[in-house]
Design a protein around this ligand. Structure first.
Ligand code: 3PY
Ligand code: MG
Length: 259
């Protein structure tokens, strides 16, 4: 398999990763020793421009983590750079109309699926990776397989059209953003509300029926385990910022707590 996330899913049933909002390459290397499967380099909310994001991708690759990039918008520049730098998955936030999902395919995938721009860049070892050495047709087909397009379902509009969206050729899976989705549904953070849980199940079922991956963000270990049991292909639990805060606060509470 050309994609480390897909390999982890096929070997483990559910891949586990986390979001990066402030981390540097050495932190990503440390995460590589934790048993985690992937990292999401967040250029939507995080401060990363192209070169720092590329360094994080390199660090992830060096430790066997699948580097997934959340871009900020559906533009040629955002998507092309992330892919050429070696992202194994592209997460796109806040899409509403089905046409926006089609545009994402157009930018992410080579013909005949889409119209991605061509260059043998870092993501293919500048054309030296084994999978990149064949004919141009093989290169395009392998590239389409290697880089997953995982747009988010986090708006009411996307939810309403999810069955159509998951059947678009070139969309490899859906990444549910529970916070934005719950806000868009008018029930911010009410993750236990039956209507919200029904929405999550609707996306999961649509993905399963279409044979597409379904991923989700969670903030607690309990939720992450619940999603694994429900049959999600991957869970991105927490964000580096939250984890640093949690672990160091716990440490300080323990050290100072007895005083
Ligand atoms: C959300 O919950 O809105 C997200 O985008 C999580 O990454
Ligand atoms: Mg979101």
């Amino acid at each position: 398999m050309l994609n480390k996330l897909r390999t982890a899913i096929s070997e483990k049933g559910c891949a586990v990763g986390t979001f990066l909002g402030v981390s540097t390459p050495p932190i990503v290397e440390i995460l590589g020793y934790t048993g985690m499967d992937f990292v999401v380099i967040d250029t939507e909310h995080g401060p990363y421009d192209t070169m720092p994001a590329s360094d994080l991708i390199r660090a992830a690759d060096s430790k066997g983590l699948s580097p997934i990039v959340r871009v900020a918008e559906v533009t040629h520049k955002e998507i092309q750079r992330a892919l050429d730098n070696g992202a194994e998955g592209i997460i796109i936030p806040c899409l509403r109309e089905t046409e926006e999902f089609r545009k994402a395919v157009d930018l992410c995938k080579f013909p005949p699926v889409g119209n991605r721009g061509f260059l043998k860049a870092r993501g293919s070892g500048f054309g030296n990776e084994d999978w990149a050495k064949g004919t141009l047709e093989e290169y395009m087909s392998n590239s389409n397989e290697k880089a997953l397009l995982l747009p988010q379902c986090e708006t009411r509009e996307a939810l309403e059209n999810i069955e159509e969206i998951v059947n678009i050729d070139g969309i490899d899976g859906i990444f549910i953003g529970p916070f934005d989705l719950s806000i868009s549904m008018g029930m911010p953070g009410q993750f236990k509300a039956p209507e919200f849980q029904q929405a999550v199940r609707r996306v999961l079922n649509a993905c399963k029926e279409a044979g597409k991956l379904c991923m989700i963000f969670s903030t607690t270990v309990e939720d992450a385990k619940g999603y694994m049991k429900e049959g999600f292909d991957a869970v991105a639990n927490s964000i580096d910022t939250l984890m640093f805060m949690k672990v160091y606060k716990e440490m300080m509470d323990e050290i100072r707590g007895g005083e």
